[in-house]
Design a protein around this ligand. Structure first.
Ligand SMILES: *Cc1c(COP(=O)(O)O)cnc(C)c1O
Length: 379
C-alpha cells in the first residue's frame, strides 16, 4: 500500500522548544509576558491594527468581540451558516439571535448582496467569515454597516497573512479574530488573537480579557489598585503557548510561500479536469491575495463526493469535507425559532471536498493525489 497522506500535519519550524525554554527560564509563565508581547507586536506590525491581544483561541477572541459589541438578549447578528460553530456560538452566548445569510457560489463567503435584506431594527453586527483565507467583499460590507450604523466583526480564523485590497484580513472592520489552532497555517496548538481596529474598544478589550478587572491599567501604573469593573473572563494564553507561536510567526513568510507553491501545483494539475467539466476549482477574486490555507474542489453532487472520498481512502489519501450548515442544525433551528432555506449553502456544503494541504506535503504527493482524481474521472 502507498504511504499514507493525511489531511493535515502540524508543521514545527524548529525554534519552538528553544523559545519555550526561554519562557520557562524567565520565571514568568502566566499571560502577557515577553513572548505574548512579541506576538502582539508581530500581529500589529503585519496588519496595521491599533492593538492585537493574544487569546487562548479564536473562539475566545469571538466571545470577546461579542461582549465588546454589547450584544444583549434579542439583538440580531448577520452571519453565514457555512462556518465553524464558534462564529455563531460566541454571540448566542450573550443572547444574540443569528440571522443566517446565504453564501456566494464562487468563494463560499457571505453573499454581500443578500445582507441588506436581512437587516432589521434589532440588527447590531455583521460577522463575515473569510473562508479558506480568501477575503469577503469587505468594501460593500463596510459600506452597508456604515449606512445602517452596524458593527462588523471579521472571523479571520483562516485568514492570517491574507489581504483584501492590500489590507490584512481581520484589520478591515471594527474587530478581527484570528486562530492559531493546529489545523491553521501558523500554530500554537490552541491559540488565537483579537485584532482591534477601532480605538474605542481598546480599554474595554483589556478589561474583558483580564476577567473584567482593570489589572492591565494597574500594571501600567494608571490606577493604584485593580478591581472588578466589567464582565469578562480569562482569555490570556500562557507564555509557553506564546513562545511556541512566536517561533511560528517568525517563519510566516516562508510558510505562506511554500503553501502557495503547493496550492498552485494543485490548481495547475487539476485545471484540465475543470476545463472538461468534472469539477470546479477555488476562485480567488482579483482584490484578494491569499495564504493558501485550504485547497478544495467542488464535485457535481454528494454522491460523486462520497464515491471519490472512498476511492481516495482506498489509496491511503485522506481528504475531508467541511461544515455541516448551522441554519438547519438542531441548535440553529432552536435559536432562530425557524427553519430557513439557504440553497447555495445547502448545495455547496454537499459538494465541497478539501484536499490534503500542509507545509510538509511533497510535490510528488500532490501529483499522486491528482493522479487518483484523474483516474476516478477516467480523464
Ligand atoms: C478554526 C476556526 C475557528 C475557531 O478557532 P479556534 O482557535 O479553534 O477557537 C473559528 N472560525 C473559523 C472560520 C475557523 O476556521
Amino acid at each position: 500500500m502507498d504511504t499514507k497522506i493525511s489531511f493535515n500535519k502540524p508543521f514545527i519550524v524548529g525554534k519552538e522548544l528553544y523559545y519555550i525554554a526561554q519562557a520557562v527560564q524567565s520565571g514568568h509563565l502566566s499571560g502577557d509576558g515577553t513572548f505574548t508581547k512579541k506576538c502582539n507586536a508581530w500581529i500589529e506590525a503585519h496588519t496595521g491594527a491599533k492593538q492585537a491581544l493574544l487569546t487562548h483561541s479564536c473562539t475566545a477572541a469571538l466571545e470577546m468581540a461579542a461582549m465588546l459589541c454589547d450584544i444583549k438578549p434579542g439583538d440580531e447578528f448577520i452571519v453565514p451558516s457555512y462556518t465553524f460553530v464558534s462564529t455563531v456560538n460566541a454571540f448566542v452566548l450573550r443572547g444574540g439571535v443569528p440571522v443566517f445569510v446565504d453564501i456566494r457560489p464562487d468563494t463560499m463567503n457571505i453573499d454581500e448582496t443578500k445582507i441588506e435584506a436581512a437587516i432589521t431594527s434589532k440588527t447590531k453586527v455583521i460577522v463575515p467569515v473569510h473562508y479558506a483565507g480568501v477575503g469577503c467583499e469587505m468594501d460593500t460590507i463596510m459600506d452597508i454597516a456604515k449606512r445602517h450604523n452596524l458593527l462588523v466583526v471579521e472571523d479571520a480564523a483562516q485568514g492570517v497573512d491574507s489581504t483584501y485590497k492590500g489590507k490584512a484580513l481581520g484589520s478591515i472592520s471594527h474587530l478581527g479574530c484570528y486562530s492559531f489552532h493546529e489545523t491553521k497555517n501558523f500554530i500554537a496548538g490552541e491559540g488565537g488573537a483579537l485584532v482591534i481596529n477601532d480605538e474605542r474598544f481598546r480599554e474595554r478589550a483589556e478589561i474583558i480579557r483580564e476577567k473584567g478587572t482593570n489589572r492591565s491599567q494597574f500594571f501600567r501604573g494608571m490606577v493604584d489598585k485593580y478591581t472588578w469593573v466589567d464582565i469578562g473572563s480569562s482569555y490570556l494564553p500562557s507564555e509557553v503557548v506564546a513562545a511556541f507561536l512566536f517561533a511560528q510567526l517568525e517563519e510566516a513568510e516562508k510558510i505562506t510561500e511554500k503553501r502557495l507553491l503547493l496550492w498552485n501545483a494543485y490548481y495547475e494539475q487539476l485545471k484540465p479536469l475543470e476545463e472538461k467539466g468534472y469539477l470546479r476549482l477555488p476562485v480567488i477574486p482579483r482584490e484578494c491575495s491569499h495564504n493558501a490555507h485550504m485547497f478544495y474542489i467542488l464535485l457535481e453532487n454528494l454522491d460523486v463526493r462520497t464515491r471519490l472520498i472512498d476511492v481516495m481512502k482506498s489509496q491511503n489519501i485522506h481528504p475531508v469535507f467541511h461544515y455541516v450548515p448551522l441554519h438547519n442544525a438542531p441548535k440553529g433551528i432552536e435559536v432562530t425559532g425557524k427553519k430557513v432555506s439557504l440553497p447555495i449553502t445547502e448545495e455547496y456544503a454537499d459538494r465541497l471536498l478539501r484536499l490534503p494541504m500542509y507545509y510538509e506535503l511533497a510535490f510528488d504527493d500532490v501529483s499522486r493525489i491528482v493522479g487518483v482524481i484523474k483516474e476516478f474521472f477516467q480523464a
